[in-house]
Design a protein around this ligand. Structure first.
Ligand code: ADP
Ligand code: MG
Length: 135
């Protein structure tokens, strides 16, 4: 028996700005992930810093938080079988240069930082990240 799972996706500023949200959402829907919740918002740098706290020791942390807060984003709750892993597969590798053909980051990513989407990396982080945006 397979179980439904939820995960958080973020359509990042570079993709919202290029009006790619509908195209990205249709990739999720075509791959049996339903969109339970979605909202467009513009986070502050402090909120981005809180969201990305796990990366606070990384050299790119400040740039990352500056980037996520640089423009509107769309946050989605996806649901489906193995949603966490499936979303990660649909996203592709962090650096679009290394992402597989047909993945969102290969199709739309600009660079390792402007890589169009975020996706939770585990079930635990998915529930934390969903509660961060949908209280
Ligand atoms: P992923 O988003 O694939 O889970 P990570 O969790 O490792 O990747 O990193 C979070 C985000 O930080 C990435 O999506 C990317 O936007 C940014 N990032 C990761 N590595 C770098 C880097 N070397 N330089 C700049 N930004 C980076
Ligand atoms: Mg990550």
């Amino acid at each position: 028996m397979s179980e439904k799972e939820k995960t958080l996706s973020i359509i990042k500023p570079d993709a919202v700005e290029r009006n790619l949200s509908e195209k990205i959402k249709s990739i999720f829907l075509q791959n049996n992930l339903s969109i339970l919740e979605s909202k467009k918002l513009h986070v502050s740098k402090d909120e981005a810093a809180e969201f990305y706290k796990v990366h606070q020791s990384k050299p790119f942390y400040d740039q990352l938080c500056g980037y996520l807060s640089s423009g509107p984003i769309e946050v989605l709750v996806l649901e489906g079988e193995n949603a966490v892993l499936k979303n990660r597969e649909l996203m592709g590798a962090t650096d679009p240069k290394n992402a597989e053909e047909g993945t969102i980051r290969k199709l739309y990513g600009i660079s390792i930082d402007k890589n169009s989407v975020h996706g939770s990396d585990s079930k635990d982080n998915a529930s934390k990240e969903i509660s961060f945006f949908f209280k």
